[in-house]
Design a protein around this ligand. Structure first.
Ligand code: RTP
Ligand code: MG
Length: 142
């Protein structure tokens, strides 16, 4: 998910390009503003933590881009491309390393496991909104 700060900073195209360039395949995409309920479900693992209210308030403050990307080890690969949670610690070439300056404005979210991905996808997409298709390039990637 491209977070509100990523959208406001005009980074949608750059972020999508990085995931596409890596070889991941886009299977669903939606531009939306999260409701409080969606945000609470999305970040339920963080409920009660010191930063929780700030996190919910930021993620619901403006539109986001919710996306589903497919590929071998996609969860791990996306998190590598994102970089560490704190942009100050993130590898310089990663999305957060390149574009972020603070933990609370770290541009992008990525699921941390396949189970989280499944749960998060179901918050934003109906099963029929995930598009299954072949890309001819794939034989050159795998
Ligand atoms: P995300 O869930 O957004 O992809 O980020 P992540 O896995 O790298 O980090 P996570 O631990 O899940 O934290 C979720 C988001 O909460 C904000 N955060 N603030 N100490 C703090 O102030 C703090 N810790 C986390 C960050 O925006 C982080 O992305
Ligand atoms: Mg997380």
């Amino acid at each position: 998910m491209i977070k509100p700060d990523g959208v406001q900073r005009n980074l949608i195209g750059k972020i999508i390009s990085r995931l596409e360039d890596k070889g991941l395949k886009l299977v669903a995409i939606k531009f939306l503003r999260l409701t409080k309920e969606q945000a609470a479900e999305h970040y339920r693992e963080h409920a009660g933590k010191e930063f929780y209210e700030r996190l919910i308030s930021l993620i619901t403050s403006a539109p986001v881009v919710a996306m589903v990307w497919e590929g071998k080890n996609a969860v791990f690969i996306v998190r590598k491309l994102m970089g560490a949670t704190d942009p100050a610690q993130a590898d310089a070439g990663s999305i957060r390393g390149l574009y972020g300056m603070s933990m609370g404005r770290n541009i992008i979210h990525g699921a941390d496991s396949v189970d989280s991905a499944r749960r998060e996808i179901s918050i934003y997409f109906r099963p029929e909104e995930l598009v299954s298709y072949e890309k001819t390039l794939e034989t050159w990637i795998y």
